[in-house]
Every structure is written in structure tokens, then in C-alpha cells.
Ligand binder design. Structure first.
Ligand SMILES: [Fe+2]
Length: 442
């Protein structure tokens, strides 16, 4: 019950902070977002304090996965028992745990344990902390085909639930989330309800996330940004040579995925930019023919919402991504869907990347309906509806992208396209010198 009292005090303080933020947001408010659904009223979970809650898994280096869960018993062990048969655990691994405080809120104990080496494309049964229910996960395949579910700006409303139900049907190998997860927005217990909401999917397949503006939760002089996000959604940044959880990369089944941070410094003198160059210099397109990048704030956006917000990052980083021959860029932030041609420097370019904005997971802020007209020549498909994307990479050259609209709670495939990778296009050979030059710049 103590937690509920703290929630009330937390709510009051947060109300003041939110009111200030709302005033500034309304002053800039340029679009109306009708018909959002209500935030879900998730019952307070009453499992025993040593039992795991909010279980989610993520990739953590080749053949390894990180299991993350929370207990309210601070002394609960960070062990994971696992095996390939139900109830039969041949392996046991220890991990680490942390907790944090935020104003009047104290988090539970957040456990992070890396398991492996694991077989590819295999179902594992596991138990966290030696207590509570058994979970199961499936590791991604070693090679193509591989499927990704992609969704940004999820939140925890009725629409979020619909989107998650549709994603569940995909049984995709890996879930990619380009930011704005819980919409907790300083209300820390909403991180907990979000963790519970996504557990059925996130405990079964790796969830790979990068940060959005709603993760920041910075309070000047009191709180640095991204404290809760970094504590709860630890991604394989150390495994990929990054010094920050806000940007990292990983390989899965012939795809090199780079998660950039729209809210970390990105100019040519920044740690993120240096890390990106290092990361790209280690990409071997024979081993990972597909190169996919995610970040939160889109660079190619013909919606009036958040217009131009990605321009600075685009000016700093698009040349290096272009020289590296990135195939596909996935973003969120704008609560709508948009797909471009291959594009670079503001115009269609057969050697540029396809950019897709899929910031329509279902959050409480609703949709961004107003588009610039006429559409730019690079904009192929745009629509303001909730939904999610699926990317099925079939082989080293071909992938099938589809966007699934939540049409009156039915999943309707509204946009689909075959995407051909740059591997056999001649673009990579043409760009080789350009890339070398950028990578060698100090
Ligand atoms: Fe956002």
C-alpha cells in the first residue's frame, strides 16, 4: 500500500512538471489528433514479491540473450535456469541487479542476466530467480529467412493492446522498437504497468529498442535523462563497443542492425558519431548483406507533425549512412505511417536508403493527420492510422515489407513492397572510396 501513497505524491509533483510541459507543447501545437483510446487500467499485480514481473528478453551478442525482470523482494537472486525442455533446466547463470529512485518512487530490483551460448532457432524454457512461472523464448535463426516486427510510439492504451495482439500473430523472430515505449512521462509506476502489458510478447522474442523523447524524463537540477529507460531496457551497447545504452548495434541472421540515438549527441565530434564510424568499418556485407538503421525522429517526413525535427541529425549523419550503403531506415515519433523511395539528400536516389516511419503503435496522444501537399517526390505511401510493420528478409537480396493497419481492430495489410538490397546494385562498389574517406576522417 505504501507504493500507492507514493504514487499519489508522485502524481502531484508530476502534475506540476507536466502542466509546464503541456503549456509549451500547446503553444507549438500545430495539429489535432482525434480519437485516441484511453490508457489501459491495468490492475496492480499482486504476485509474491520474490516472483518475477515485467520479464523481457533482448539479444546480447552472438548466441546470447539478456533476460530482464523485476522483483519487489530486493534480495531475490539474479539467476536464470534454462533448458530446451519444459521444467528441465540444464543450465543456470547468475547476473546482476540494480534499482533506482525517482522523486517519491522506488523501483523494484531490476535483474539483468545474460544466458548462452544458445542454439539458433530454438525454443528455450526458463525461470527467473528460481521462483514463479516458467517462460519460453525462441532464439532467432542463424540465416535467412528472418522476420522482424517493427512498431514505434506504443504507449499503453486500447490501441496499443490491439497493435500488440496483431504483432503476436506474426510470431516474428525479433521485435524492433524505434522509441517512445511506455509514455510513463515521469510517472514511474507506468513503466511497471507497461512492463506487465508487453511481457507476453517481450518474454518470448527479443525486443530491441532505441530511445524516444518520452523516455527522457529529465528534470533540470534533479534528474538526468533516461534514468528509468537505461535501468529497465538495457540493450547490448557494451557488446557492440558503444559507451552508451542510447546507441548500439547487433547482428541477426545476415542483417546488421544499428540503433542510433536521436537524443544523444550526433555531430562529427560526438562519441556517437565516432562509434558509428567504428561500427560501420567492421561491417562485412558478405556476412551481413543487409544493413538496417533505426532511430526515433524521422529524417524524411511529409507530415506537419514534428516537421523538420530530424534535420540536424540528418545533416550530420546521412552522408556516412549513404556512403556505407544502408538499405533501410526505420523511425517513429510521427504518429502515422510513411514510406519513401530510396532517397538521399532530399531527392530520390537509387543508392540511398528506403525510409519508413512507423510511429503509430497506439499511444494516448492519437494520430498525426495533417500532411504537406503536394507530397514530396520521395514519398510513396502515407497514412495516419494505428498499426505496425513486418519485415521479412527472405535472402541476401530480397525482403518483403508490409504495414498492417488496425482497421476497426482487424489487422489489414495496407502497404506492401519488395525491397531489393544494395548488395548486388553496384552502389557499394561505387561508394567504397567515399566511405573509406569518411571513416578515416578524425
Ligand atoms: Fe516521439
Amino acid at each position: 500500500m505504501e507504493g500507492l501513497g507514493n504514487n499519489r505524491m508522485e502524481s502531484q509533483l508530476v502534475f506540476i512538471v507536466s502542466a509546464c510541459l503541456l503549456v509549451s507543447a500547446t503553444a507549438n501545437g500545430e495539429y489535432l489528433r482525434p480519437q485516441p483510446r484511453k490508457t489501459l487500467n491495468l490492475p496492480w499485480n499482486s504476485v509474491p514479491s520474490s516472483h518475477p514481473q515485467q520479464v523481457h528478453v533482448s539479444l546480447a551478442g552472438d548466441k546470447h540473450m539478456r533476460i530482464t525482470w523485476i522483483t519487489y523482494d530486493k534480495s531475490a537472486p539474479s539467476i536464470v535456469e534454462y533448458g530446451t525442455e519444459p521444467g528441465k533446466y540444464n543450465f543456470i547463470v547468475g547476473g546482476e541487479s540494480i534499482s533506482y529512485t525517482y522523486l517519491f518512487y522506488s523501483s523494484g530490483q531490476i535483474h539483468h542476466t545474460v544466458i548462452g551460448p544458445l542454439e539458433y532457432d530454438t525454443v528455450y524454457f526458463y525461470r527467473c530467480g528460481g521462483r514463479g512461472p516458467e517462460f519460453q523464448l525462441k532464439t532467432p535463426p542463424a540465416q535467412f529467412p528472418v522476420t522482424f516486427a517493427v512498431v514505434g510510439d506504443l504507449g499503453q492504451t486500447g490501441w496499443t493492446k490491439t497493435t500488440l495482439d496483431h504483432i503476436d500473430k506474426c510470431k516474428c523472430d525479433v521485435h524492433l522498437l524505434p522509441g517512445d515505449l511506455s509514455y510513463a512521462d515521469f510517472m514511474q509506476h507506468l513503466w511497471d504497468t507497461f512492463g506487465e502489458l508487453v511481457q507476453p510478447l517481450a518474454s518470448a522474442r527479443p525486443w530491441m529498442v532505441t530511445e524516444g523523447n518520452h523516455e527522457e524524463e529529465m528534470i533540470p537540477l534533479l534528474k538526468d535523462g533516461f534514468q528509468s529507460y537505461n535501468a529497465r531496457w538495457k540493450m547490448p551497447f557494451e557488446e557492440s563497443g558503444s559507451s552508451s545504452n542510447l546507441y548500439y548495434s547487433f547482428d541477426v541472421a545476415g542483417v546488421h542492425v544499428i540503433m542510433l540515438g536521436s537524443f544523444a549527441d550526433y555531430d562529427a565530434y560526438s562519441d556517437q558519431y565516432s562509434w558509428l564510424k567504428d561500427d560501420l568499418s567492421n561491417v562485412d556485407r558478405k556476412r551481413t548483406p543487409w544493413l538496417v538503421v533505426l532511430f526515433h525522429v524521422p529524417w524524411y517526413n511529409s507530415n506537419h507533425a514534428h516537421q523538420g525535427e530530424g534535420d540536424e541529425m540528418m545533416a550530420a549523419m546521412e552522408p556516412v549512412l549513404y556512403a556505407a550503403g544502408v538499405d533501410l531506415v526505420l523511425a517513429g515519433h510521427v504518429h502515422a505511417y510513411e514510406r519513401t523511395t530510396r532517397v538521399y539528400n532530399g531527392i530520390s536516389d537509387p543508392c540511398g536508403a528506403v525510409h519508413i516511419t512507423v510511429g503509430d503503435g497506439g499511444n494516448r496522444e492519437g494520430l498525426a493527420h495533417k500532411y504537406k501537399n503536394p507530397p514530396p517526390e520521395w514519398s510513396v505511401f502515407r497514412e495516419a492510422s494505428f498499426g505496425h510493420g513486418e519485415l521479412r528478409i527472405v535472402n541476401s537480396t530480397h525482403a518483403f515489407w508490409s504495414w498492417h493497419r488496425n482497421d476497426d481492430d482487424e489487422s489489414v495489410r495496407s502497404d506492401e513492397v519488395w525491397i531489393t538490397s544494395l548488395i548486388d546494385s553496384g552502389c557499394l562498389v561505387k561508394k567504397n572510396d567515399e566511405l573509406r574517406k569518411i571513416l578515416l576522417e578524425q
